[in-house]
Design a protein around this ligand. Sequence first.
Ligand code: ITT
Length: 194
Amino acid sequence: MILFATNNQHKLREVKEILPALQWSFLGDFPQLAGMDPEETGETFEANAKIKAVEFGNASGVLTMADDSGLEVFALDGQPGVRSARWIPGSDEDRYLHLLQQLEGQQDRSAQFVSVLCLYDPRTKTEHFFRGEVQGKIIDEPRGSGGFGYDAVFVPDGDELTYAQLADEGRKHDYNHRRKSLDAFHDWWRQQSN
Ligand code: ITT
């Protein structure tokens, strides 16, 4: 059993969809973790994923995985990056509209989504990292209603639809950066069990 430690219900749903065969537990299964929301003080996805995995792992005592993820936009020097969830106050929609505003008149629309998973074992105090990246571009107008975060404005390379439209069609995971980091973890996990 692995605790997937996230307060983000969209991530939780994606993990269940992507790796349904693994025995996951979630924060709601551990009353002692209620209300915990570690401060993400790191400057990298790795550092923040580790902060979350270690804090929840030590508090729960079980094998724990945390995801730190975000959108890096090249014309904005990698912003919003590790600050994707809290770039500006407000809703996901406020944040992606802010992004479109920042990119007004900008020719270079290239961007990438990154997901870094940290798996932490509180018994041995060791951790492992798994990374997934998807390159793509930011479009001018939001499209689609599925998914979350910046999904409505990101089109992965190799497709014409946004992540939100792909999610509407049940196809976001054909690309999903979180699917890639979870695949990397799953390959490693199966090797460990052999
Ligand atoms: P936890 O820390 O509790 O897991 P969080 O939402 O605070 O939840 P992060 O700090 O990792 O998680 O921030 C991730 C943000 O990056 C998320 O809120 C979105 O704005 C963006 N993001 C990550 N993955 C995304 C995806 O698949 N689609 C759209 N936006 C995504």
